[in-house]
Design a protein around this ligand. Structure first.
Ligand code: GH3
Ligand code: MG
Ligand code: MG
Length: 536
């Protein structure tokens, strides 16, 4: 019998190694994926933070612009001399039939222009201001465009909501509004003057100072190193800009749905086609675009004009699109991930090598143990194992008052067999018998060992004499059934086995189990061989 306990231990070790390797592999994959998602999350958080910062920078620039416009309009609206001329103009327009007014209105307009023109020219040259516009209420009736003096007397109540509100409420207002040609970022102040006839302070109209997105976007790009575009929806510009202008624009740019009000980069159209911008997004969006081994991070958020900020139910006027090159950031992320994978693989390989080394050592120990306890030819337990195990079993049987039986088997005329068929054939015969004997035992506590030469022992714990004799007879028959030719045997022309049996329960006072079985074997040999002794 093969010492199956040791073999199964080796198999068990292999299985454990496989399990541990599998668990390590899974842990490694989990480690890599957690690391990946954490690094990716960090990158995304980083990009989102940049987006928020740029949005804040834009809003700050916009607020500062409104404030600048308002400061100028407030400052000018405090000039009594200018206000008197504006009041004269207002009175003249009223007298001369409204609209552009007549001769007197034109005189007041010209005087007002003359007074302010030099300062205005200087301001526009030095700063990003585009409009200075005196407008009469109620609503918005143009009195004097200092930036375009030849055009006056027109009414735009439905476009200049900031002016209308200023004239109605007589307080300051800011915001942006889309006009016929471009969108104006406005600061509007009320203008008051003392009527010389009544000596009373009267309301004259609104003074608007305005600039455009074209003027402020370059500041954002220069200060914050980010490209920026202002895009307005078709819906927003319809009924505001010149209809012909809108048609021409979208004919020229058939692939985009937005009107490009201002930009600091010629690549806005490419960005728009690379992004899939949802129609009604309401919060800040970010998107990473790969373009010729470069990475661009795009940010966009809705833009509301003056009316849109007053009435949140209105749709946004469009959106601000900003983008910047984040290639170094993405490369750092990829680099981190590669290192993470490399570490994962190296870690796994090291763990694996360590495990295999440990298990190999364990298996070698098991091999050595197995070699020390088994017989090389038959692979059965050897004499050493038998001796030690029998001692253990004897003590156990004694302790638990259980029977323990022993069968000693000896091949008949084996010397003759060797002489007849040769030593090699003898070895083969021993192996065959060694294969059959273990098939006769049934319990896991039973075992067969090669005692030496052509002698085998069968140890049967918890087995009485009768059962042991039965098993011995069965074994005797089984060997006979092999029908291994043994022509010179004096018993049969085949290989036969003689067996001596003993049981601890049937021992004579002070007798030894092995000696008794051996004595019975001797008796069986002497009484004809190929039999079992005792035979009851
Ligand atoms: P008996 O029936 O009385 O047992 O006679 P026997 O010839 O079997 O007994 P004996 O003790 O005289 O001879 C045993 C023989 O078994 C002697 C030896 O050559 C042979 N033998 C012992 N070990 C081996 C072995 O490993 N291989 C081979 N081929 N023969 C062995
Ligand atoms: Mg012998
Ligand atoms: Mg023999």
């Amino acid at each position: 019998m093969i010492p199956f306990k040791l073999i199964s231990l080796k198999n068990k070790n292999k299985l454990i190694l496989l399990y541990i390797s599998f668990i390590l592999f899974i842990l490694d994959i989990i480690f890599i994926s957690i690391n990946y998602s954490l690094t990716k999350k960090t990158l995304n958080t980083n990009l989102l933070q940049r987006a928020q910062t740029h949005q804040e920078e834009f809003n700050l620039t916009l607020q500062m612009t409104y404030r600048n416009m308002l400061q100028i309009s407030t400052f000018i609206s405090q000039n009594k001399e200018l206000n008197q001329l504006f009041l004269q103009g207002k009175k003249a327009v009223e007298k001369e039939g409204g609209g552009a007014g007549g001769q007197q209105a034109q005189q007041a307009r010209q005087q007002l222009l003359n007074k302010i023109k030099t300062s205005w020219d200087y301001m526009t040259k030095e700063f990003n201001i585009r409009q200075l516009h005196y407008q009469l209420g109620p609503g918005s009736l143009s009195f004097l465009r200092v930036h375009k003096p030849e055009k006056f007397g027109d009414r735009m109540d439905d476009l200049r909501h900031i002016i209308v509100a200023t004239n109605a409420e007589k307080t300051i207002h800011t915001g942006f509004e889309t006009g016929r040609i471009y969108s104006g970022l406005r600061g509007v102040s009320p203008v008051w003057a003392t009527d010389p006839n009544t000596d009373k302070k009267v309301y004259v109209g609104a003074l608007e100072v305005g600039t455009s997105f074209k003027q402020i976007l370059p500041i954002i790009t220069r200060l914050f190193h980010v490209n920026a575009s202002v895009l307005l929806t078709k819906q927003h510009i319809e009924n505001k800009m010149w209809p012909q202008f809108i048609i021409e624009y979208f004919n020229k740019n058939p692939n985009i749905n937005y009107y490009l009000e201002a930009t600091t980069s010629p690549n806005t159209k490419n960005m728009l086609s690379a992004l899939s911008i949802q129609k009604d997004f309401i919060t800040l969006q970010t998107s990473l675009i790969e373009e010729d081994s470069r990475y661009l991070s795009a940010y966009y958020f809705p833009l509301r004009d003056y009316r849109g900020t007053q009435n949140k139910a209105l749709p946004p006027s469009g959106f601000i699109l900003m983008w910047e090159d984040v290639t170094p950031l993405v490369h750092a992320f990829k680099h981190n991930f590669m290192i993470n994978i490399a570490l994962g693989i190296i870690g796994f390989l090291f763990a694996q090598i360590g495990l295999i080394w440990i298990f190999n050592r364990e298996n070698k120990l098991l091999d050595a143990k197995q070699n020390a306890l088994t017989d090389g030819l038959t692979k059965l337990f050897n004499r050493r194992y038998f001796d030690s195990t029998l001692q253990r079993e004897l003590s156990r049987a004694k302790r638990y008052k259980e029977p323990l039986s022993l069968i000693v088997c000896d091949i008949d005329f084996f010397k003759v067999y060797n002489d007849t068929y040769g030593h090699k054939a003898g070895d083969e015969c021993l192996k065959k018998i060694a294969q059959i004997l273990p098939t006769q035992i049934k319990r896991s506590s039973d075992f067969v060992a090669r005692y030496g030469g052509e002698e085998f022992v069968i140890v049967l714990p918890q087995t009485n004499l009768k059962s042991a004799i039965n098993l011995a007879k069965k074994a005797n028959k089984a060997i006979y059934s092999l029908q291994i030719p043994h022509k010179n045997s004096a018993t049969k022309p085949v290989v036969t086995l003689t067996l001596g049996v003993a049981c601890t329960q049937n021992l004579e006072e002070g007798a030894d189990l092995f000696e008794t079985a051996d004595k019975n074997l001797y008796l069986a040999k002497n009484s004809g061989r190929n039999r079992v002794e005792p035979d009851i």
